[in-house]
Design a protein around this ligand. Structure first.
Ligand code: MF3
Ligand code: CO
Ligand code: CO
Length: 301
């Protein structure tokens, strides 16, 4: 399926995979003369960290613009247009656009869709849906990545609980991050919390290092990986982005090659932040008040 991609003004700097002729493939996965994968490491400091903060703040602003438009009757295509224009208005490139062939500027994942849902003019938001909007912007040479799940109208109590749980699992994981801690403590905590709540943790998609490259080491899984001995180090910037299912963790994929959904078609929710590992712990670079919380308090009135 080839589609015409939405335009980005020529003066906006593009990531390598969106350069003419790159075909959506990032340079970071190219191999060197010996066939070894070129690995880009990211330990942020100085000017790089300033640029990273700026990209992440912009990602947050774009996400909030998108979420403000979520309501019954709106199509996911309309949300994509908002994300696209909001990135450009900040001088940034919408990172998903053309990434490994992804056709849009935003990911919109509704109900049983785990992640990477493709915006579509035919998909109109319905009262009772939950939708995750995932924004990534490439600005000043850095990618900032964040997502939230929000309510469309009034979802079922089960859906509301899942969304609240997923946010709390992300924030709990972020709280334990500090230099010297094992990376697998993140997944250990999220899977323990999920087990207690009766939910499952998606295994096929993970958090990731981020900076000049969209997806780079470290690989941040949300389940417990017993024999991963990686250690969290000061200066790392990575995402944590748990996807939590009401049913089983197994994922299925639509024929579009992107849309991942639960195999049992149970509901799935996700939240994502980009964090920076400082001396004392994580700084949330994409921080903001989650929208679902305001929605919850309005529903309770
Ligand atoms: N933003 C997603 C993530 O959290 C990645 C989307 S890749 C895309 O890592 F191609 F689907 F946009
Ligand atoms: Co991400
Ligand atoms: Co994302």
């Amino acid at each position: 399926m080839s589609q015409i991609l939405r335009e980005v003004p020529a003066e906006i700097p593009r990531p390598d995979y969106a350069q003419p002729g790159a075909n959506g493939i990032p340079k970071s996965v190219q191999r060197d003369a010996f066939g070894r994968r070129k690995v880009v490491r990211n330990f942020m400091k100085g000017e790089d960290l300033v640029r990273m903060r700026k990209a992440c703040k912009a990602a947050r602003e774009v996400l909030e613009e998108v979420l403000a438009a979520v309501k019954p009757g709106v199509s996911t295509e309309e949300l994509d247009i908002i994300a696209h224009n909001a990135c450009i208005a900040r001088g940034g490139y919408p990172s998903p656009l053309g990434y490994r062939g992804f056709p849009k500027s935003l990911c919109t994942s509704i109900n049983e869709v785990i992640c990477h849902g493709i915006p579509d003019a035919q998909r109109i938001l319905q009262d009772g849906d939950i939708i995750n909007c995932d924004v990534t912007i490439y600005l000043d040479g850095m990618h900032g990545d964040c997502s939230e799940t929000v309510f469309v109208g009034t979802p079922s109590p089960e859906a509301q609980k899942l969304v609240d749980f997923t946010y709390r699992s992300l924030m709990s994981a972020i709280e334990i991050v500090r230099p010297g801690k094992k990376l697998n403590e993140i997944g250990k905590l999220i899977s323990k919390m999920s087990k207690t709540a009766g939910y499952s943790v998606v295994r096929d998609f993970s958090g990731h290092g981020i900076g000049p490259v969209f997806h780079m080491p470290p690989h941040v899984v949300h389940y417990y990986e017993r024999s991963n001995f990686s250690v969290i180090k000061e200066g790392m910037t990575f995402t944590i982005e748990p996807m939590i299912n009401i049913g089983e963790f197994y994922a299925d994929m639509l024929d579009d090659g992107w849309t991942a959904l639960t195999l049992d078609r149970s509901l799935s929710a996700q939240f994502e932040h980009t964090i920076y590992v400082g001396k004392k712990g994580a700084e949330i670079l994409t921080m903001g008040e989650p929208v679902y919380k305001k929605q919850l308090s309005l529903l309770e009135q």
